[in-house]
Design a protein around this ligand. Structure first.
Ligand SMILES: C[S@@+](CC[C@H](N)C(=O)[O-])C[C@H]1O[C@@H](n2cnc3c(N)ncnc32)[C@H](O)[C@@H]1O
Length: 225
């Protein structure tokens, strides 16, 4: 994904939703004399990114929906973040405003249909006792956009070009139950009381069976400001 971003090495690049700085570090390797600004909404993620990156990167806590930089950057990179943000119109407008004219946005996040089978099973099980009082009617925080809608929104936000496409990326985790518990089902478990959590994981795991294939679908974005 990083290879999709053309860089000479002297640019200023924003990592939008840097998390613990895993991808930021790889981005930094491609910028010999450039600069990286990394933004994330979570204090704990920003602390982890600062520990990883030291003073090589300016890491800021901030909501991307209120992104405002002092001067425009040459490029924006974002991985695994946009599907956590409901309002893509505002998000793309903030990112466009942070880019110089001609600057590039390269992003990847969960797209339309992402983990549909797993979420479907979890929502189905959550609609029944003993989970339903905590989960019934809840549809989760995810915004898995279609490629067409993302493209329309990028152009409406002021990008001059936008190319978006979906890529199926099935995953077979080596420890399926643990992966379900710690990654995919985490937002469900947050809503459940402690004593129901393991039971819920077992129910979803049992429903999906093994070998477990997670039906990841990536939304890719290449856009020019
Ligand atoms: C799955 S992590 C991805 C981190 C990193 N880009 C990576 O690929 O390893 C998603 C990140 O998006 C951040 N995030 C979600 N919504 C956000 C928002 N509105 N503003 C800023 N960061 C946000 C979360 O705090 C989290 O660190």
């Amino acid at each position: 994904m990083l290879a999709r971003l053309p860089l000479k090495g002297d640019e200023t690049v924003l990592d939008a939703g840097c998390g613990s700085g895993r991808v930021t570090e790889m981005l930094l390797e491609r910028l010999r004399s450039g600069r990286v600004i990394a933004v994330d909404g979570s204090e704990s993620m920003v602390s982890a990114a600062r520990r990883r990156l030291g003073d090589r990167v300016e890491v800021r806590v901030g909501d991307l929906l209120q992104l405002q930089l002092e001067s425009p950057v040459d490029a924006v990179l974002s991985t695994a973040t946009f599907h956590w943000i409901a309002d893509h119109d505002t998000l793309f407008a903030r990112i466009r405003a942070a880019l110089r004219d001609g600057g590039r946005l390269v992003a990847q996040c969960g797209g339309e249909g992402n983990v549909k089978r797993v979420h479907g099973a979890a929502l189905e099980i959550g609609a029944h006792a003993p989970f339903r009082e905590h989960l019934a009617g809840w549809r989760g925080p995810w915004n898995f956009s279609s490629a067409e809608l993302a493209q329309q929104r990028l152009l409406a936000a002021g990008f001059s070009q936008a190319r978006c496409w979906l890529t199926p990326a099935p995953v077979h985790p080596p420890e399926p139950r643990e992966f379900l518990r710690t990654v995919i089902l985490a937002p469900f478990l947050e809503r459940l009381p402690e004593e129901l959590r393991e039971r819920f994981v077992d129910a979803v795991h049992g429903r999906l069976g093994e070998p477990l294939e997670l039906d990841y679908v990536r939304l890719n974005v290449d856009a020019v400001a």
